[in-house]
Design a protein around this ligand. Sequence first.
Ligand SMILES: [Zn+2]
Ligand SMILES: [Zn+2]
Length: 107
Amino acid sequence: MPAAMKKKLTKHIHTFILKPGHKPTDSMRTKQFKCRDPHCWFYAAADMILGKAAMCSLCGQEFVLTRYALNLRIPHCENCTKGVVMKQEKAKLRSIEDKLADFLGAE
Ligand SMILES: [Zn+2]
Ligand SMILES: [Zn+2]
C-alpha cells in the first residue's frame, strides 16, 4: 500500500493526549503527554512542550500549548474551549426545542 507508506512518513504536528497513569493535576514536570498519531512515538513532559505548536484534537487547527491546555487530559485550542461548550449547549437546547415542538405539535 504505497499510500499508507507515504502517510506513515509524513511530518505532522503532534496531537497531544495525557499519558495513561498521569493525572491532569500532576505537576508540569511530572505529567507527560504523548502524540495520538498511531505511527508517532513522541512524548514529553508538559513543561517541555509548553509554548509549542500542537494540533487541536477537536478542530484539527494548529495552536500553541498553554498552561491551561496542558491542564486538560486532551489539550485543545482556545476556540474549542469556548466553541465546544457553546455548541453542546446549543445542540442540547435545539433538541429540547424539537422535542417540545413535536410534543406540542397537536395544538
Ligand atoms: Zn506525533
Ligand atoms: Zn480547536
